[in-house]
Design a protein. Structure first.
Length: 230
């Protein structure tokens, strides 16, 4: 039986629902999994900073018993890396990179509130989730949320993140237009971390694609190989 306690952090514009498949796999392998739903600051979503989200992650992680693993995807992956000092292991799924690798991301600009919920279209959702089935794409289309442009701008401007002391696994899609795999590979090399290259063909594929349960199972196997820590 596993002793791990997991905290899962979703990406920008998503929610706790992104981890439905991973949550089931983790629980099936006796890993107690909690999914954090990131909340806007009291002043509203447009005033929500990256550090507001990071504070929520730290508080939720500190409430878990050790050993604890912090699992984050995309923006949630960057947040997990920022809070890695509180974790005993780290699993980053297509994470937004910190400095200096942020400079190689595609250039983007953001409104104060990014209207992903209001502007969601099923066709564009299916294009972004080409390795998912129709039901998963429809579910995502109905559940995208608006996001803080300030938090995204701060993430893309580059955040200094120290190499953590705990083991780290990077889960990488074969194809990813949002965070090109070669950026993550360089990051992995500098951190001397482990990496899991998947057959996913989209940024969200490791969570929402057809291969998601198998990818989650491989992440569990990596955790089990670490043995008892903490």
């Amino acid at each position: 039986m596993s002793d791990w306690n997991a905290l899962l952090i979703h990406g920008a514009g998503g929610g706790a629902w992104e981890w439905n498949r991973w949550h089931g796999v983790l629980e099936a392998h006796a890993i107690a999994a909690q999914v954090l739903e990131l909340q806007p600051a009291a002043q509203g979503l447009g005033a929500t900073a990256l550090q507001d989200y990071a504070a929520q992650v730290r508080a939720a992680l500190q409430a878990l018993q050790r050993p604890r693993v912090l699992v984050g995807a995309s923006l949630g992956g960057l947040l997990a890396a920022m809070c890695a000092g509180e974790a005993d292991a780290l699993v980053l799924v297509n994470p937004l990179p910190p400095a200096p690798w942020h400079r190689r991301l595609p250039a983007r600009s953001w409104e104060p509130v990014v209207p992903w919920q209001r502007n969601a279209r099923l066709h564009s959702t299916c294009q972004a989730m080409q390795d998912a089935d129709d039901a998963s794409a429809l579910w995502a289309f109905r559940h995208w949320r608006d996001e803080s442009g300030q938090a995204l701008s701060q993430a893309h401007a580059g955040v200094e993140v120290a190499k953590p002391d705990c083991p780290a696994l990077f889960v990488v899609s074969r194809q990813d237009e949002d965070v090109p795999p070669e950026i993550i590979f360089e990051w992995v090399q500098v951190w001397r971390a482990d990496r899991l290259e998947t057959l996913a063909n989209s940024h969200v594929g490791p969570l929402l694609g057809r291969q998601a349960p198998a990818i989650a199972t491989q992440a569990v196997a990596w955790l089990n190989r670490l043995g008892h820590v903490g």
